[in-house]
Design a binder for this molecule. Structure first.
Ligand code: ADE
Length: 358
């Protein structure tokens, strides 16, 4: 199969890890903010300590054996550092990383083109890998297992299959939904890690690190307030510190103090445990319109005017982590904690009240 260069480049970004400045034009369009503050090695990466330790061992072992690293799958809610870890792994292996996402791999030639451009030892990062289509997935199987691609030519009776070798590479897949991956694809990953939510302590360190890189003036208790309201997620912490820095420079003398952080976060409608307006609308909807549930995700999505995937991937994991939503076989339920957090009487309190009112 002949693949035009342009078709292949459309789907993949190449990062030269040896020199972060050597980027292709598509990289230049990347959000520079996230790129500039992203840690480039394990020493700078805060949190996920046990994953980091196992990865360091695997990387060192494969360097000693002079072989490629096993294929790796990272899963967990968005913003916890899956892409960052993939970049660090490539950096530590001193190799190139090629970055793409499953929804951009539409036709067989897209994935074949990406695979054929790989060089020995490269890291191929596929984000949202659970969204890979069946044909692309089947092309990946022999690529992952035997480092080869099966190409078919001709039609009907004259169909021929050619097995073409490709360089040994490491596939790093990232997904918010490990359960949506097919068994055969999941089984081809030698290393599987679930990324955990971050503690306030870790997020405090992350916002302090970001402030240092970007020359923001940040006081310790300002850092802690931002960390507490960041949904246990570095990407959110790094977004919030930027908004707080804007607020500090416009409304005060540029220093992010605790009070400035609190004012800025209040103006963004972020409450004391980090819920935003959509989180609270979701909980209120469950409580007010569905008696706290159980209610199906589709019903919630329609009533909120949100995409099901956004609710499942972005909102729900944190609400579950905080103990505000429970998943049951019949749908989602708002917990007692959710009633209390929003200042509603819990259903049992309502029941008692009714009894007394009669
Ligand atoms: N920025 C985003 N995630 C980070 C992490 N885990 N450690 C340090 N800085 C980060």
């Amino acid at each position: 199969m002949i693949l035009s260069d342009n078709e292949n480049k459309k789907n993949v970004k190449v990062l030269k890890r040896q020199n972060p400045d050597l980027s292709t034009s598509s990289i230049k369009n990347e959000d520079n903010y996230e790129k500039n503050i992203r840690p480039l090695n394990f020493d700078d990466y805060i949190g996920q300590s046990s994953i980091k330790e196992t990865l360091k061992i695997s990387i060192e072992a494969c360097k000693k054996r002079n072989t490629h690293l096993d294929h790796l799958l990272f899963y967990g809610p968005p913003g916890l550092g899956k892409t960052t870890l993939a970049n660090i792994i490539a950096h530590e292996l001193n190799t190139n990383i090629r970055i793409t996402s499953a929804p951009s791999i539409e036709r067989p030639r897209d994935i074949i083109g990406i695979l054929m451009q790989l060089k020995e030892g490269d890291v191929l990062f596929i984000d949202e890998i659970h969204r890979l289509n069946k044909i692309a997935e089947e092309i990946l199987y022999p690529a992952m297992e035997d480092f080869s691609i099966d190409l078919t030519t001709g039609k009907n009776q004259s169909v021929k299959t050619m097995r073409i070798p490709i360089p040994k590479f490491t596939l790093i897949g990232a997904t918010t939904k490990a359960g949506a991956l097919s068994g055969p694809l999941r089984d081809r990953f030698g290393i599987i890690h679930r990324l955990e939510f971050y503690t306030t302590e870790e997020l405090t360190k992350i916002v302090k690190r970001t402030a240092k890189i970007l020359d923001f003036k940040l006081e310790d208790d300002g850092a802690e307030e931002i960390a507490k309201r960041s949904r246990c997620t570095p990407r959110i912490a790094n977004r919030l510190i930027k908004r707080c820095a804007d607020w500090a420079i416009v409304k005060a003398d540029g220093v992010i103090t605790k009070d400035i952080a609190l004012d800025a976060l209040r103006s963004l409608d972020i409450d004391n445990i980090g819920l935003d307006i959509t989180d609270r609308d979701l909980l209120k909807l469950m409580i007010n319109s569905f008696d706290g549930g159980p209610v199906g995700i589709e019903t919630l999505a329609v009533a909120l005017g949100e995409d099901i995937r956004t609710i499942e991937d972005v909102y729900e994991p944190f609400l579950i982590q905080k103990g505000l939503i429970a998943r049951t076989p019949r749908g989602r339920k708002a917990t007692k904690l959710a009633y209390e957090h929003l200042g509603f009487k819990t259903p049992s309190q309502n029941y008692q009240l009714d009894l007394f009112n009669k």
